[in-house]
Structure formats: C-alpha cells, structure tokens
Design a protein around this ligand. Structure first.
Ligand code: HMG
Ligand code: MG
Length: 308
C-alpha cells in the first residue's frame, strides 16, 4: 500500500482504446492505423492491451478484421494482448490469432444483455461455459466483463447483488480477473464503493478491475474511491476515445493520460511512459480527425508547444 494514503502502491492499467475506444467509430479505421496505435501503446509500457474483438461484424462492423490487426502488431514480451469473444466462433478466431487472453462479456442487466449479445444473462453464461473451458484448455487467460454494473441505460439502478451473482458465475467459469463496468458512466464514488464492498465478500478485491466510462465526468473520482478499497486494476482509453454501440449517448472510457497523471501525482506506480501515451493519443485523434479527449494530454502538449 502507498504510505500517504490507503492506496495500492502499484496499479495495472489495461489500455482498451484499440477495442472499446474504436468500436463505435462510424468510419472504418484502417487496420494499419489500429496496428500503429497498438504498437505505440506497447512501446509506452502497458502490460495489458485490449487489441480486438472477435464479434459478429454485422453487430459491430468496426471490429471486423481483428485477425489482421492481431497478425500485424509487434508483440512485446510480457504484454497481454486481449480480445473480446462472445461465443465459440469468436474463440476459434482468438485461438488462430494467438491471443493471450479472451474476454467473455456479460451484463448485470437483462435488457442490456439482449441488446448487446442477443441473449439473456442465463443464456450468456451457458454460452460462455464451452468458451471458457476451451480457452483454459489451450492455456489462455480468461477475463470476465460485467456491463451495467453501476447502472443500465434501459433499467436504471442495478443492485450490487445482481452484479455479485454474475461475478460468482464468472469465477466458476475460471475467470481470473473480472471487470466491473460502468458502461454509461453514471456511477459516483459511494456507488462504486457499495458495489466493491459487496464483491469483496466473494473474491479478493485484487481480482476486480474498474472499467469506467466517463459520460458524467466521474471516472477519476470513482477510480480514487475504488483504490481506497484496494482495487488495483483500471481500464482506460487513450485520448478518452470511445462509446458503446448499445448504450446511446455513453461516451468513452476515462482517458488514459488523465489516469496516469492522477496516479503519478498520488505516487502510485504504473510503469507506463506518460509522454509516449500522450503522443499516441495525439496520433489517434489526428487519424480520426477529432479533438483529443484527454485533458492531461492536451495540457501537456500545449505546455510543450509554448516552450518550443
Ligand atoms: P446473433 O445474431 O444472435 O448470432 O448475435 P448468430 O450466431 O445468429 O450469428 C449471426 C451472424 O454473425 C452469423 O453470420 C455468424 O456467422 C456471425 P451469417 O451467417 O449471418 O453471415 N457471427 C460471428 N462472426 C464473427 N465472429 C463471431 C461471430 N458470431 C456470430 N464471434 C452475437 C450474437 C453474440 C454474435 C452478437 O450479438 C455480437 O457479436 N455481439 C457483440 C456486441 C459487441 O461487440 N458489443 C460491444 C462490446 S461489449 C462492450 O463494449 C462493453 C464493455 O466495454 C464493458 C462495458 O463498458 O460495459 C466490454
Ligand atoms: Mg466499455
């Protein structure tokens, strides 16, 4: 623990920009751009990058060609390259692509489950059983992701007990890490604490990650609150890219640069090169022709430009 406060000494940041950040882009982003972005992020020192999603291209066209991206990136030793997998068809592609980790993704809300993966929560678990088993048999890491853990665009408030049920199921499937996702960014620190207080009765707190979208601007406060309870894995997206195709109006994940700035200020280690992340954030914002969504990234670039 960090001595200045009851915070973890080290935090793992899972960079989800290449997947969650790009999946909602309307214009198809060229494979070379995705590959270059991932390579830049790898060189910045991330130990885990969500690189692709092997989902139906009819559902999420932007993620088509994940196998080309996976084949084109430079793998850094020790870095986990994860891919989303909704079913066995996706798993076969993940295996072919030599992904290090698959992410099975469910939801704590029935309506969101139907909208996102076209089945009920119970059906999704049934579908994940052979997927998780096959992955484990092949020596792949399995991570679980739980959408709408802090609120649902269709059902509103979600009781932590509903998240807990899914956490238990995912643990039974062999998930070694479980993402608690605020898909629409409605959570506030007390809600975040309530859900993690509940979940730490089931599994060690270090099993969980916080995957916070920043729709209401609460993510940094939520990360701090989660760290106070011992959560030490967080997801973020370079330049704050993103949104979910099945959660209208939801914006991107919290910007990686902003999280790095916060953690550095708190003396929490990440092992990631802030400046390289800022440069990759600028690269992808320019490639997409959109404003950079990271406050820390923009401030750093502006300061450097004024000193040049
Ligand atoms: P379905 O339509 O019920 O599936 O969709 P299906 O089995 O009937 O297949 C339909 C077509 O898709 C078929 O093609 C299949 O071959 C193809 P056709 O015969 O019509 O030509 N197909 C596939 N193609 C490639 N890879 C696959 C695959 N599976 C089927 N794996 C399904 C069910 C689950 C496939 C669909 O609903 C789906 O792909 N959903 C994914 C949606 C998604 O990716 N959402 C965003 C990611 S989740 C997220 O962002 C949340 C997260 O960030 C956490 C948070 O913030 O909350 C993780
Ligand atoms: Mg997400």
């Amino acid at each position: 623990m960090n001595s200045s406060a009851f915070l973890p000494k080290k935090v793992k940041i899972v960079e989800v920009g290449p997947r969650d950040g790009l999946q909602n882009e309307k214009e198809f982003v060229a494979h070379e751009i995705k590959i270059s972005l991932i390579d830049q992020l790898s060189s910045a020192g991330f130990s885990n990058i969500e690189a692709a999603a092997f989902v139906s291209p009819k559902w999420v066209p932007q993620m088509a060609g994940g196998e080309i991206v996976m084949a084109g990136i430079r793998r850094y030793p020790g870095t986990i390259y994860s891919v989303l997998v909704p079913n066995l068809q996706g798993f076969e592609m993940a295996l072919e692509a030599s992904a290090d980790e698959i992410v099975i993704f469910g939801a704590a809300s029935e309506t969101f489950s139907q909208k996102n993966i076209n089945c009920s929560i119970a059906e999704s678990i049934e579908r994940f059983v052979p997927v998780a088993k096959a992955a484990i048999d092949h020596g792949m890491r399995v991570r679980g992701s739980i959408s709408c853990a802090l609120g649902c665009p269709y059902e509103g408030h979600i009781d932590p007990a509903r998240v807990a049920v899914l956490v238990q199921r995912m643990a039974d499937l062999g998930c070694v890490e479980i993402d608690i996702a605020d898909t629409i960014g409605v959570g506030t620190p007390n809600k975040v604490k309530a859900v993690f207080e509940c979940l730490r009765q089931i599994l060690p707190i270090t099993t969980f990650s916080g995957h916070f979208h920043d729709t209401y601007g609460q993510s940094l406060a939520n990360i701090y609150a989660a760290m106070e309870l011992g959560v030490s894995i967080f997801h973020s997206s370079v330049a704050g890219l993103g949104g979910c195709p099945y959660a209208k109006g939801a914006t991107g994940n919290v910007a990686t640069e902003d999280v790095l700035y916060l953690l550095d200020g708190l003396g929490v280690e990440t092992g990631i090169d802030f400046e390289k992340v800022v440069r990759s954030g600028e690269f992808i914002s320019k490639a997409l022709n959109r404003p950079n969504g990271s406050k820390a990234g923009k401030a750093y670039l502006a300061k450097n430009a004024s000193q040049a």
